[in-house]
Design a protein around this ligand. Structure first.
Ligand code: NAD
Length: 252
């Protein structure tokens, strides 16, 4: 069966179900020009990086080497020009039609909201929320990127966004060694536990605890759409090995 036929099968499942929940990862945004982590063109295979990205994106590294952290973060994690893809747009439309109950995402790029989705649970936070680690004052992305609204440090602190109180401004994204927001996690568990149809897309399902969410699914159909194999392929009732855009363009 080719990808178009499988997409039509998915369309039937969506039509039959009262609603569905979508759980996605970095692969949802590759068609918006944002590289994922683990595929061959992904950030983890970028041999130019001397220090592994997992280490740079850790809480310890942020604390110990904020200048290098922000240099990496600003150049590799933030894509201000990115626009929603066919998949983001289709999910927003399906929400408006009352079919997509929620999008649970591991992405931090805000593209689901930009496409118009309202009920988005961001397991790993967002580049658009930032706060001072000393006084808690919130800041937008602009301050992190350019210092506008506060300032960027100089000398040893060059390029580091600094609050007016002197504290470092930290992106509200979950770094390695940090825990997920418990209310977002609980709501995600509840949504997955109660949906009849779960559509998972663009995630290698390698990152815990996000990947562990699957064990809560008790509904009738699990759909898995990914370019590469995942450890959960055998659990899928409908497995679509291909590009999300090719599937979602058939759904609207
Ligand atoms: P991952 O890189 O581990 O896996 C992405 C998966 O998506 C791969 O298996 C790949 O084959 C697949 N894929 C890529 N493009 C696809 C497409 N067009 N259609 C279908 N499948 C496609 O990503 P992950 O599982 O989300 O975990 C990585 C972590 O990286 C997450 O915690 C996330 O926070 C972070 N991250 C976020 C962004 C973002 O916000 N856009 C980008 C990179 C990484």
């Amino acid at each position: 069966m080719d990808i178009k036929e499988k997409a039509l099968q998915l369309k039937e499942l969506i039509d039959e179900a009262e609603s569905f929940v979508f759980f996605g990862g970095a692969g949802v945004s590759t068609e918006s020009g944002i590289p994922d982590f683990r595929s061959s063109e992904g950030l983890y295979n970028d041999k130019k990086e001397a220090i592994p990205p997992e280490r740079i994106l850790s809480h310890t590294y942020f604390k110990m080497h904020p200048k290098e952290f922000f240099a990496f973060y600003k150049s590799k994690m933030v894509y201000t020009q990115a626009k929603p893809s066919v998949t983001h747009q289709a999910l927003a439309k399906l929400e408006q039609e009352g079919k997509c109950k929620a999008v649970i995402t591991q992405n931090i790029d805000g593209l689901h909201q930009m496409a118009g989705s309202k009920n988005v649970l961001e397991l790993h936070g967002s580049i658009y929320r930032n706060y001072c680690i000393k006084c808690g004052r919130p800041y937008g992305l602009e301050t992190v990127m350019t210092g506008e609204g506060a300032k960027l440090g100089e000398g040893r602190f060059e390029g580091i966004p600094v609050c007016n109180c002197g504290g470092i401004i930290k992106p509200d994204v979950v770094l390695y060694e940090e825990s997920l927001d418990s209310s977002v996690l609980q709501e995600s568990v509840s949504l997955i536990a109660n949906t009849p149809l779960l559509i998972i897309g663009g995630t290698s399902l390698n990152v815990y605890p996000a990947a562990g969410l699957l064990q809560h699914f008790k509904g009738s159909h699990l759909v898995l759409i990914n370019k590469e194999s995942t450890p959960f392929d055998n659990n899928a009732d409908l497995l679509i090995k291909g590009a999300l855009g090719q599937v979602f363009e058939q759904l609207t």
